[in-house]
Design a binder for this molecule. Structure first.
Ligand SMILES: [Zn+2]
Length: 244
């Protein structure tokens, strides 16, 4: 009979859970960021509450369990509130592959008047939906590539929560699209190039970093400003040529 692994000095209820995220010794836990450990555990066990966070804090700081006072607990909770989501790192090959697909979508749009931005939604390494800007053809300012892709993915999957999906988009999303990304609980947002005028991830707003909103989405980007902004720059430079 196999002997079950046991991590000395770790509370019983945390044993299996920590093993699930690859922590099989106290030394490994001590070398980890306890906030990220708690975040990873929450992704696997959503019902875990702040008591687990306090236990992790006590363990990594060599304090007895249940020894934090109100002020210390507040500080630990505050530190966690500032933590941005961290998911399993994506291989660069996946990032390049799906951003290239998004770029293909952007540049093969049938309506040449639409701003060439493309989006792709991926779940379990499979493309679920794609989207391009359709604001002109639909006479609807909400029809940005990201929202088109999110709406299609939600219909295909039959759920408004896309928490196991990653969204790849050629250009940094605007505030409206970041709002849709937050509401749909997209897991990762990967964007190709910055959008200096309207970007709401880094450029104009850091809407995914708001301490008061639930953080579900990890932002990755810009991946390559020159490559992914090229189609957009060409589109606008062509637009500036006066009609002859
Ligand atoms: Zn947008």
């Amino acid at each position: 009979m196999a002997i079950k692994s046991y991590i000395p000095h770790i509370p019983f209820y945390l044993q299996d859970k920590l093993l699930k995220i690859g922590i099989d010794s106290l030394a490994k836990l001590l070398n980890s960021n306890y906030l990220i450990v708690f975040q990873q555990l929450k992704q696997l066990y959503p019902s875990l509450n702040y008591n687990t966070l306090f236990d992790l804090y006590c363990l990594v700081n060599g304090l007895p369990l249940n020894s934090l006072n109100y002020q210390q607990k507040f500080q630990v909770k505050l530190a966690y509130a500032h933590l941005l989501p961290h998911y399993t790192p994506l291989p660069q090959i996946s990032i390049n592959k799906y951003l290239q697909l998004a770029l293909n979508e952007a540049t093969t749009t049938t309506n040449n008047n639409e701003v060439p931005i493309g989006a792709v939604i991926v779940k379990n390494d499979q493309v679920i939906a794609t989207g391009t800007n359709q604001t002109i053809s639909c006479s609807d300012i909400t029809q940005h590539a990201e929202i088109v892709a999110i709406t299609r993915a939600a219909k295909i999957l039959g759920t408004h929560r896309l928490s196991e999906c990653d969204l790849y988009v050629t250009i940094e999303p605007c505030l409206m699209c970041v709002g849709a990304i937050l509401h749909s609980r997209i897991r990762r947002l990967i964007f190709g190039a910055l959008e200096p005028k309207t970007g709401a991830v880094i450029s104009q707003y850091r809407a995914l970093n708001n301490i008061n909103t639930n953080k579900h989405t990890e932002a990755i980007g810009p991946i390559d400003n020159d490559l992914y902004a090229k189609a957009l720059q060409q589109f606008f430079s062509y637009k500036r040529i006066p009609n002859l």
